[in-house]
Design a protein around this ligand. Structure first.
Ligand code: ADP
Ligand code: MG
Length: 235
């Protein structure tokens, strides 16, 4: 059984009395352990697809199974549970809480999972160490660089040990040197077994994934497996 199974996923928006079809029948599967880059021009439906994959949005039609569970049919409350239990999500603009430390930001998803405070902080520290930020536990987001903030966001996404990590343009707000460092981190996580689906519009970034799915006008234009370029070789 594939980790992700999409069958004819449609997402339409009603705009001024007319339906706009952002996704027009997406059918694909992602196996455990894959590192997939989703590409496509602005407006092609990448974020719409990621929001459905990440259970932040529900499709207008079609079936989505995640780890065998038919998530396209679930209530909001149940979707929130699935998000917390199975999914890590990384956003372009980090989405960190400004007023609390890196450690508290990373520990937060464990509070929703009802893990006790001492254990939360222990696991959050371990996740921050994993992304190379063991020395910045008490820094607030404003006391971190953009690349470091994205590392905190990745640690927060990993702290619940999700089955899959989704990242929508995680390097979109970063300079090219910092982008390479973030991609190196993601590639290392993948080599350690983490399933990753990443959105990017940069071919240089997609080259580091092992499969590239290209969208056009809400449909899959191409879906190609490739040799993932090691980040060190490209840097
Ligand atoms: P991408 O991430 O590839 O740039 P999106 O998935 O954000 O593209 O958007 C795909 C299309 O859907 C775009 O044409 C966009 O304008 C439209 N769209 C996205 N969100 C909404 C919304 N909430 N209401 C109406 N149209 C939307
Ligand atoms: Mg987008």
């Amino acid at each position: 059984m594939a980790l992700i199974e999409l069958d004819n996923i449609v997402r339409s928006y009603r705009l001024g009395g007319e339906d706009f079809h952002a996704l027009r029948g997406i059918t694909l599967t992602v196996e455990r352990g894959e590192f997939v880059a989703v590409m496509g021009q602005s407006g092609s439906g990448k974020s719409t697809l990621m929001n459905i994959l990440g259970c932040l949005d529900t499709p207008s039609g079609g079936d989505y199974r995640l780890a065998g569970e038919r998530v396209s049919a679930l209530s909001r409350a149940r979707l929130a549970q699935i998000r917390n239990r199975l999914i890590g999500f990384v956003f372009q603009n980090f989405n960190l809480l400004a007023r609390v430390s890196a450690l508290e930001n990373v520990a937060l998803p464990l509070a929703y999972a009802r893990v006790g405070r001492r254990e939360r902080l222990r696991r959050a520290q371990a996740a921050l160490e994993r992304v190379g930020l063991g020395a910045k536990l008490q820094n607030k987001p404003s006391q971190l660089s953009g690349g470091q903030q994205q590392r905190v966001a990745i640690a927060r996404a990993l702290v619940t040990e999700p089955q899959v990590l989704f990242a929508d343009e995680p390097t979109g707000n970063l300079d090219s040197v910092t982008s390479v460092a973030v991609i190196a981190l993601l590639q290392g996580l993948w080599r350690a077994g983490q399933t990753i689906v990443l959105v990017t519009h940069e071919p240089d970034i997609a080259a580091h994934a092992a499969r590239v799915i290209t969208l056009r006008d809400g449909q899959v234009l191409s879906d190609v497996r490739q040799q993932a370029v090691p980040v060190e070789a490209a840097a």
